[in-house]
Design a protein around this ligand. Structure first.
Ligand code: ADP
Ligand code: MG
Length: 585
C-alpha cells in the first residue's frame, strides 16, 4: 500500500472515539465500523477474537470480565487491567482502539496511514500525555502532536485560524463519563489555557444510572426483585435508559420497554413498560447538572473572569444535547452557547484541522447550515386570579441550531373540555409572539381530554429541513390523532417593510377575541368562584357526572369572559354556584 502523507485527527474519548480528516480543505468525519462514533470499549471474545467498538460494548452486557470500558481514566497510571484472564496496560487497551481507527482511515483513504494528531483533556499531565503518545506508537502511529480537547473544539469552530483574532472561549464538555470545563485564550496563533475544572466521574453514564435506578426501584416495589443484583438485567436496563435519555433530548416523552427482564418467585416472566417524561428526567439529573454549573463558576473564578468577559461559549460532548444544559449555561453565562457543530464530532474535527495545518494543507472553516431565527408557537397561561396571559412565544427550535433538526414539546389546553386549539407558528426572538414573524397558523380540532382535570395534552413536533421547510405536527395525547401543516421558514432576513407588514397583519388579527381576552382581568368574584370549582374538581371523591358538569360550566365561563359577554358570565356563574352546592363538603 502507498504511504499517505495525510495526517488523521483522532478524538480518543472515554466513551466514544472519533476519526476525522481534511477533505477538499474542510474537516469531515470518517466512519469507523460504519458509524460516526466508535465506542471506546475493548474485549476478547470466547474464541479469542479481539473485539473493539460496538461488538465489545455488546459483549460487556454478557461478559464484563472479558471487556474493558473507560480506559481513558486509567491513562498514565501504573495500574493494569485484566481482560479474559490476561493483563494489559492502559496504553495497550487504548492501542486496540487506535488500531481500529487507523485501519478505518486506511480503508477510507486507500493508503497506508501513519501520522496522527490525538486529543487529550486540558487537565492531562505530562505522564498522561506520554501514555497517550505511547498508545499511538503501539498502534503503529506517529503521533505528530497531542492537543487539548477544548483547543480542538475551538479550532473546529474556526477560532484561532487567523492570527488577528483574539478570543476568550469557554468550552463546556459533557461526555459519557467525564465533565470538563476549560477557559482558553486564543491570540496570534497561540492558545493559553486560563483555567480548567471538571469531574472525572460525572457524565451521561450517571444520567443513565439515575433513570435506570428509578425504574429498578419501582420494579422492586412492585415485584420485590432487585434488578441491580442481576448484572445482565441491569446492563439491559442501563442500555434502555440511555436510549430513552437520548430520545428525551428531542421528544417530550420516551418509553423504556424491556421484555423478560426477570422472573417472579413462581418463575413467571416479568416485563417493564415505563413512560418517562422529559420533565421527570430533568428532575432526576438536576443536581448533577447543577454540579457542572458550580464547576463552570469555579473555572471562571480561577481565571479571574466574569461571564461577560467570555467571547464565546461552546458546548461539546454528546450529553450537551440535553435541552436543560443549554438553558442552564445560557442563564449562567448570560449568553447563548454555540452548538452548531455536532457536539460529539467537534473535538475530532478540530484534531483534523490541527492535522491539516501541520501537513501544510489549506484549511477552511466548517460550514454548517443553521436556522438564523428561533421557531416556535404562541402559547397562553392562566396566571394568578384567573388572568389569562396570551401572546407568549415558546420557541421549539432555537436560533443557530444546526439543520436538519427535529424537536417536540408537550402543551396542555387552557380550559377543561376545550376541544380545539389554534396553532400559530412564529419565527423570531421576541418573547411576545405577535412581535415575531407569523409563518402560518392552523386549527387542531376534536381534542379529547386525557387528564383528570379535563385538560388535554398535545405534543407539538417541529421538523425543519435544510431548505427551511418546516413540518409542524400536533398529536392528541388521548386519541393519537395527528394534524400536520407544512410551512416555509424564511432563511433570509426580512426587510423592515416585511416586518412592519407582518406586524400590521397580526395587529389586525389580534383585534379579534384573543387580544381582548389578554387584557381582560376577571372579576375577582368570578375568579374566586373558579378557584372553588377547581378545588372541587381536585377532590378524588367527586361524582364523575357532577365533575363533568362543573368542568363544562367552568369552560363556558372562561369562554364568556374571553369574548366579553357579561350576561353569559353571570348566567354560567349562577349555574356553577348551583352545581357547587351539590358537592358534599
Ligand atoms: P466522551 O467524550 O466521554 O467519549 P461523548 O462526547 O461521545 O463522550 O458523549 C457520550 C455521551 O453522550 C453518552 O453518555 C451518550 O448517552 C450521550 N448522548 C449522546 N447523544 C445524546 C443525546 N441526544 N441526548 C443526551 N445524551 C446524549
Ligand atoms: Mg469527549
Amino acid at each position: 500500500m502507498k504511504q499517505s502523507d495525510k495526517i488523521i485527527g483522532i478524538d480518543l474519548g472515554t466513551t466514544n472515539s472519533v476519526l476525522a480528516v481534511i477533505r477538499d480543505g474542510t474537516p469531515v468525519l470518517l466512519p469507523v465500523q460504519g458509524d460516526r462514533l466508535l465506542p471506546s470499549v475493548v474485549g476478547i471474545a470466547p474464541d479469542g477474537e479481539v473485539l473493539v467498538g460496538m461488538s465489545a460494548r455488546n459483549q460487556w452486557v454478557v461478559a464484563p470480565d472479558r471487556t474493558i470500558r473507560s480506559i481513558k481514566r486509567k491513562m498514565g497510571k501504573a495500574e493494569t487491567v485484566s481482560m479474559a484472564g490476561k493483563v494489559y496496560t492502559p496504553q495497550e487497551i487504548s492501542a486496540f482502539i487506535l488500531r481500529t481507527i487507523r485501519e478505518a482511515a486506511q480503508a477510507a483513504l486507500g493508503e497506508e496511514v501513519r501520522r496522527a494528531v490525538i486529543t487529550v483533556p486540558a487537565y492531562f499531565n505530562e505522564t498522561q500525555r506520554q501514555a497517550t503518545l505511547e498508545a499511538g506508537e503501539i498502534a503503529g502511529l506517529v503521533v505528530e502532536r497531542i492537543i487539548n480537547e477544548p483547543t480542538a473544539s475551538a479550532l473546529a469552530y474556526g477560532y484561532g485560524l487567523s492570527n488577528d483574532q483574539h478570543l476568550k472561549v469557554l468550552v463546556y464538555d459533557l461526555g459519557g463519563g467525564t465533565f470538563d470545563v476549560s477557559i482558553i485564550e486564543l491570540h496570534s496563533g497561540v492558545v493559553d489555557v486560563l483555567a480548567t475544572a471538571g469531574d472525572n466521574y460525572l457524565g451521561g453514564d450517571d444520567f443513565d444510572e439515575r433513570l435506570a435506578g428509578m425504574i429498578a426501584d419501582e420494579f422492586y416495589e412492585e415485584h420485590k426483585v432487585n434488578l441491580r443484583e442481576h448484572h445482565q438485567a441491569w446492563a439491559r436496563l442501563l442500555r434502555a435508559a440511555e436510549e430513552a435519555k437520548i430520545e428525551l433530548s428531542s421528544a417530550p416523552y420516551a418509553e423504556v420497554k424491556l421484555e423478560y427482564i426477570a422472573q417472579d418467585r413462581k418463575g413467571q416472566p416479568l416485563h417493564i413498560t415505563r413512560e418517562v417524561t422529559r420533565h421527570e428526567f430533568e428532575e432526576l439529573i438536576a443536581d448533577l447538572l447543577g454540579r457542572t454549573m458550580e464547576l463552570v463558576r469555579k473555572a471562571l473564578m480561577d481565571a479571574g473572569l466574569s461571564p461577560n468577559q467570555i467571547d464565546r461559549v461552546l458546548l461539546v460532548g454528546g450529553s450537551t444535547r440535553i435541552p436543560a444544559v443549554w438553558d442552564l449555561i445560557t442563564a449562567q453565562m448570560g449568553q447563548e452557547p454555540h452548538i452548531e457543530i455536532d457536539p460529539d464530532a467537534a473535538v475530532a474535527l478540530g484534531a483534523a484541522v490541527q492535522a491539516g495545518i501541520i501537513a501544510g494543507e489549506e484549511v477552511d472553516a466548517i460550514l454548517v447550515d443553521v436556522t438564523p431565527y428561533s421557531l416556535g408557537i404562541e402559547t397562553a397561561q392562566i396566571g394568578y386570579g384567573g388572568r389569562i396571559h396570551t401572546d407568549l412565544f415558546t420557541p421549539l427550535v432555537r436560533r443557530n441550531t444546526t439543520v436538519p433538526v427535529q424537536k417536540s414539546q408537550v402543551f396542555t389546553t387552557l380550559f377543561p373540555g376545550q376541544e380545539q386549539i389554534h396553532i400559530k407558528v412564529y419565527q423570531g426572538e421576541n418573547p411576545v409572539a405577535s412581535q415575531n414573524v407569523l409563518l402560518g397558523d392552523f386549527m387542531v380540532e376534536g381534542l379529547k381530554p386525557n387528564r383528570p382535570d379535563g385538560l388535554s395534552d398535545v405534543t407539538v413536533n417541529f421538523q425543519l429541513d435544510v431548505n427551511g421547510i418546516l413540518d409542524v405536527t400536533v398529536v392528541d395525547r388521548k386519541t393519537g390523532k395527528r394534524t400536520s401543516e407544512r410551512l416555509k421558514a424564511s432563511r433570509q432576513r426580512l426587510s423592515p417593510e416585511d416586518i412592519a407588514r407582518s406586524q400590521a397583519k397580526l395587529a389586525e388579527a389580534y383585534t379579534e377575541m384573543e387580544a381582548t381576552a389578554a387584557e381582560r382581568i376577571m372579576d375577582p368574584g368570578v375568579a374566586a368562584l373558579l378557584e372553588r370549582a377547581q378545588r372541587a374538581l381536585d377532590r378524588a371523591d367527586l361524582d364523575a357526572g357532577l365533575a363533568d358538569d362543573i368542568a363544562g360550566t367552568v369552560a363556558d365561563i372562561r369562554h364568556a369572559v374571553a369574548v366579553g359577554d357579561d350576561a353569559q358570565v353571570e348566567e354560567f356563574c349562577d349555574r356553577l354556584i348551583d352545581l357547587l352546592l351539590e358537592v358534599k363538603e
